[in-house]
Ligand binder design. Structure first.
Ligand SMILES: [Cu+2]
Length: 133
């Protein structure tokens, strides 16, 4: 009798731990973008892929050299839009504005000198400023 009840208590404790860690993981995923996610891109010419994860571009600001080719890769489990604009609103003369499904990588965008504000029209808190010089 004793070993059985002890083992079921142990099993219950294990279950509680599993459920608790799942709840914590879900909490982390639905929260605001992780502050530890810093520069997803490196400066310089060439190709740079900006990873979208946790409804974040991985950084709020980036500096890249003119002529750099960037692509956006969606690693979230849902769709985004990649739009030149701010706070979910496209600029009147947006140089790019396209949907990006889960798992998709965008066509290349070649950066010209200047400032690019990038947002998502679905998730208005997604904002990235790319300074190109
Ligand atoms: Cu989005």
């Amino acid at each position: 009798m004793h070993p059985v009840s002890r083992s079921s208590t142990f099993r219950f404790a294990l279950m509680a731990i599993v459920v608790l860690s799942l709840a914590l993981a879900a909490c982390n995923n639905s929260g605001s973008p992780s502050p530890s996610a810093s520069a997803a891109a490196s400066a310089g010419t060439g190709d740079t892929t900006i990873i979208i994860s946790g409804s974040s571009f991985g950084a709020s600001e980036m500096s890249l050299a003119a002529g750099t080719v960037i692509r956006f890769a969606n690693h979230d489990g849902f769709g985004h839009t990649i739009v030149e604009g701010q706070n979910g609103v496209a600029d009147a003369n947006a140089r790019f504005n396209f949907p990006l499904a889960d798992g998709e990588t965008s066509d290349p965008v070649t950066l010209e000198a200047g400032t690019y504000h990038v947002t998502c029209t679905i998730h208005h808190s997604m904002n990235l400023t790319i300074t190109v010089s």
